[in-house]
Design a protein around this ligand. Structure first.
Ligand code: ZN
Length: 145
């Protein structure tokens, strides 16, 4: 695994000090990274994205929802080194989103649980910010198919 993240952060701190010499305590943190559990815990680059759709309401009409999630890079976006690939094994694990009944294949139980948790967290935040009794039930679970 490469050390691009720490190298780039160190270089950006130097640059930040050049740009703002009057400031104190310069720090830089690249935020497009996530800890991924596999055979070992790895810090991998990730691209955040938003899933947007119009969901039907029970009383008719539609309600626009936005779900924020991210996809992991397979290779370091800076040096091109491949992140350690998970073991190539058959997996029956899926993330099942109840309500819309979406079933998404997952490589293993941990990934399925993490994906379901990420989905549920995004859904919970959406409900907290914009609750409606007509919101579709949209909770995800990790299951074996
Ligand atoms: Zn790299």
């Amino acid at each position: 695994m490469c050390d691009c993240k720490s190298n780039i952060e160190a270089r950006l701190v130097v640059r930040a000090k050049e740009m703002h010499p009057e400031a104190l305590g310069h720090e830089v943190k690249l935020t497009g990274y996530a800890f991924i559990l596999g055979e070992t815990v790895q810090l991998k680059g990730a691209m955040p994205f938003e899933f947007r759709a119009e969901f039907p309401l029970k009383q008719g009409g539609l309600k626009r929802k936005v779900e924020k999630t991210s996809m992991m890079f397979t290779f370091c976006p800076f040096c091109g080194v491949k992140y350690d690939a998970p073991a190539e094994t058959e997996s029956n694990w899926v993330m099942h989103i109840l309500g819309p009944d979406d079933v998404i294949d997952q490589p293993d139980e941990i990934t399925a649980l993490r994906q379901a948790n990420q989905h549920n967290l995004a859904f919970a935040r959406l409900m907290a910010n914009d609750p409606s009794p007509n919101d579709p039930y949209c909770v995800a679970v990790a299951e074996v198919r």
